[in-house]
Write a protein that binds this ligand. Structure first.
Ligand code: HXC
Length: 514
C-alpha cells in the first residue's frame, strides 16, 4: 500500500469512528435536544485544541451477540485539549453507541485518561450520558466502575474533577460524579438515580417519572448532588469555562491571577445591611460590593440557600466566599447548609484558595426535625472543615453572631487569621430577647408590668453584650471597622497572608464527621 493509500485509509477509519452510533441514533439524540458527544467536547474546549486518543479501540466482549457488534470508540470519546489555554483531560460518553453503556474497553479508555490527568496534574472533565453498566459484559462492567471510583478518590484534592451530566447517569454510574468536585446539570437533559422508575414501580408499586426522580432541578434544589444548573448545554459549558478560570490546575498551584478591578459602583456596601437585626437582605450584594468587578460565581445556588458559597476575586486573586444568607431562614446553620459549606471549605483548602467568611446568623436551626436528621453530626462538618483549613481565612461579622453559629463561622477560636466586625455586630450566646427571658425570668414575672420590665432587661442585655466591643476587648475580634473599609482591609489581610505557614500534628488523616 502506498503512503497515499494508507493516508486515505486512516481518514476513512476516522470518518467511520466519528459517525458514532450512526445517523439514526444521532438523529434520535438531537431530537431530544442533546448535542452529540463530539459536539459537546468541541463546544467546550478551545477551538482546534482537542486531540482524541483510543478512537480505534475495540471491545472484546463475546457474549449475547456482542461478538459481531462494532461499537465505534466503544461508546466513549477521550482526549486532551485546553479551556482558555488551561490544559484539560476529558471524556464524553457517546449515547448513540450502545447507549453509552460502560463495558470493559469503555472503562479502560476512561481510566487511561484519568491516569493521564493525575500524572500530568491537570483538571479532568467527564461528560456522562450513559445507560450504566453494559449488561452484556456482566462483572467486567462492574469492575470498570470500581476502577473509575478508585481513581476519582485518588485524584480527589490533587486535580480538579468536574462531572457533567448530559443524559442518563443511572445505577452505580452516579457514584463517579458523586466523588468528584463539581457536578453540572441541565434542565430536561440530566437524569441521575440509583434505581430507575421501573424498579421503583416493581418493588414499591409507585409511579414516578425520571425527571421527578432525579432530574436537574431535583439535584440542584433537593439532594444537593449538583453544583451548577443550566437551561441548555451551551449555558452549562459557559459555566464550566468560567469555573476553570477561578481554580488552579492542581493542588500545588494557585489559581491564575487576573488584572484587579474595583467593584461596580451600584453596590454600596454601607447601604445593604439593615440596622434592625430582624430585617433580611441579600448577602450576595455584600459579596458583589467586595469582589472585583462585582463578579461572583455562586456554587449550589439553589440548595440550602440559607448559606451562600462561591468564587470571586479580590485584587485579582481567587477567593472562596462563605456567607450566611439572611434572606433564607434568617441564615441559620442546619444539616444541609453545614454539608454545603463544609465541603466547599475543604475544596478551597485543598486547592489553595483563601476563604472570606461573611457572618450574620442567629445560630443552628432548632427543632426535632433537625435533631433527628443529625444536625449534631452534620453541623460538626463545618467546624471540622474550618478548623482543619490552612489557607488564609478571614471573617467579617456583618451583624448577628449568636451561639454555636459564632464559633462555627470561622471564629478566632477555630484559628481564623483575621476577624473583623462591623459596628452593628452583635456577638452573644443568643439573641437579646431570648437571653433576657431566661436570665431575668424572675424579675420579669415578678414585675408590676412584665412587658415593660422585659423591654428594659432586653435593653440592658443589648447594651452589655449585643455589640462587638466585648469580643474586641478580649481580642476575639481584631478590630471594628466601618463597612466601607471592608474591601481595603480584606485586600490587605489577603496580601499579608500570602506566605501563611501553619502545621498540623502528624497523622495519616483525620476522621471528619462524614
Ligand atoms: C447495554 C444498553 C444499556 C445497558 C442502554 N443500552 N442501556 N445496552 N447495557 N446498560 C442500549 C439499548 O439496548 C439500546 O440499544 C440503546 O442503548 C439505547 O437505549 P434505549 O433504551 O433505546 O434509550 P432510551 O429509550 O433513551 O432509554 C435510556 C435508558 C434505558 C433510560 C438509559 O436505556 C435504560 O433504562 N437502560 C438501562 C439502565 C440500567 O438499568 N442500567 C444498568 C444499571 S446497573 P439498541 O441496540 O436498541 O440501540 C449499574 C450497576 C453499576 O449500572 C454498579 C456500579 C457500582
Amino acid at each position: 500500500m502506498s503512503l497515499k493509500q494508507k493516508t486515505r485509509e486512516l481518514l476513512k477509519r476516522r470518518e467511520e469512528v466519528e459517525l458514532g452510533g450512526g445517523e439514526k441514533a444521532i438523529e434520535k439524540q438531537k431530537s431530544i435536544g442533546k448535542l452529540t458527544a463530539r459536539e459537546r467536547i468541541l463546544s467546550l474546549l478551545d477551538k482546534e485544541s482537542f486531540h482524541e486518543y483510543d478512537l480505534f479501540a475495540e471491545h472484546e466482549a463475546r457474549d449475547f451477540g456482542m461478538e459481531t457488534k462494532v461499537l465505534h470508540g466503544d461508546g466513549v470519546i477521550t482526549g486532551t485539549g485546553t479551556i482558555y489555554g488551561a490544559p484539560i483531560c476529558i471524556y464524553a460518553q457517546d449515547f448513540t453507541v450502545a447507549g453509552g453503556s460502560l463495558g470493559n474497553m469503555h472503562a479502560r479508555k476512561i481510566t487511561k485518561i484519568m491516569d493521564h490527568a493525575l500524572k500530568m496534574r491537570v483538571p479532568l472533565i467527564g461528560i456522562n450520558d450513559s445507560g450504566g453498566a453494559r449488561i452484556q459484559e456482566g462483572v467486567n462492567s462492574l469492575a470498570g466502575y470500581g476502577e473509575i471510583f478508585f481513581r476519582n478518590t485518588l485524584s480527589s484534592g490533587v486535580i480538579p474533577q468536574l462531572s457533567v451530566i448530559l443524559g442518563p447517569c443511572a445505577g452505580g454510574a452516579v457514584y463517579s460524579p458523586a466523588l468528584t468536585d463539581f457536578v453540572f446539570v441541565v434542565e430536561n437533559i440530566s437524569k441521575m438515580f440509583i434505581t430507575g422508575p421501573e424498579v421503583i414501580k416493581t418493588v414499591l408499586g409507585e409511579e414516578i417519572t425520571m425527571e421527578e426522580l432525579g432530574g436537574a432541578r431535583v439535584h440542584s434544589e433537593i439532594t444537593g448532588n449538583a453544583h451548577f444548573f443550566a437551561m441548555s448545554e451551551l449555558e452549562c459549558f459557559d459555566q464550566i469555562k468560567k469555573l476553570i478560570t477561578y481554580i488552579p490546575w492542581n493542588n500545588s498551584q494557585k489559581a491564575k491571577a487576573f488584572p484587579p478591578k474595583e467593584p461596580k459602583s451600584n453596590y454600596k456596601i454601607e447601604k445593604i445591611v439593615p440596622n434592625d437585626p430582624s430585617q433580611p437582605y441579600d448577602v450576595r450584594d455584600v459579596i458583589r460590593a467586595i469582589a472585583d468587578d462585582s463578579d461572583f460565581l455562586e456554587v449550589q445556588a439553589d440548595f440550602a440557600a440559607n448559606i451562600v458559597i462561591g468564587f470571586g476575586r479580590i485584587k485579582g486573586d481567587t477567593i472562596g466566599f462563605v456567607a450566611n444568607q439572611p434572606l433564607v431562614l434568617a441564615g441559620v446553620l442546619d444539616c444541609d447548609s453545614s454539608d454545603k459549606a463544609g465541603r466547599f471549605i475543604r475544596y478551597c483548602d485543598a486547592f489553595n484558595v483563601p476563604l472570606v467568611t461573611l457572618e450574620d446568623l442567629p445560630g443552628y436551626l432548632p427543632g426535632v426535625d433537625q435533631e433527628h436528621a443529625g444536625v449534631i453530626r452534620h453541623g460538626a462538618k463545618i467546624l471540622y472543615a474550618y478548623s482543619e483549613a490552612t489557607v488564609p481565612r478571614i471573617t467579617v461579622i456583618l451583624r448577628k453572631a449568636y451561639g454555636g453559629g459564632y464559633i462555627a463561622m470561622n471564629s478566632r477560636h477555630l484559628r481564623a487569621d483575621f476577624v473583623f466586625a462591623w459596628p452593628g455586630a452583635e456577638i452573644a450566646v443568643m439573641g437579646p430577647e431570648g437571653a433576657a427571658n431566661i436570665i431575668f425570668r424572675k424579675e420579669i414575672m415578678g414585675a408590676e408590668n412584665p412587658d415593660e420590665m422585659r423591654k428594659q432587661k432586653v435593653k440592658e442585655y443589648k447594651a452589655k453584650f449585643a455589640n462587638p466591643y466585648v469580643a474586641a476587648a478580649k481580642g476575639y475580634i481584631d478590630t471594628v471597622i466601618h463597612p466601607e473599609e471592608t474591601r481595603k482591609l480584606l485586600i490587605h489581610a489577603i496580601e499579608v497572608s500570602k506566605n501563611k505557614r501553619v502545621g498540623q500534628p502528624k497523622k495519616k488523616h483525620g476522621i471528619p464527621p462524614f
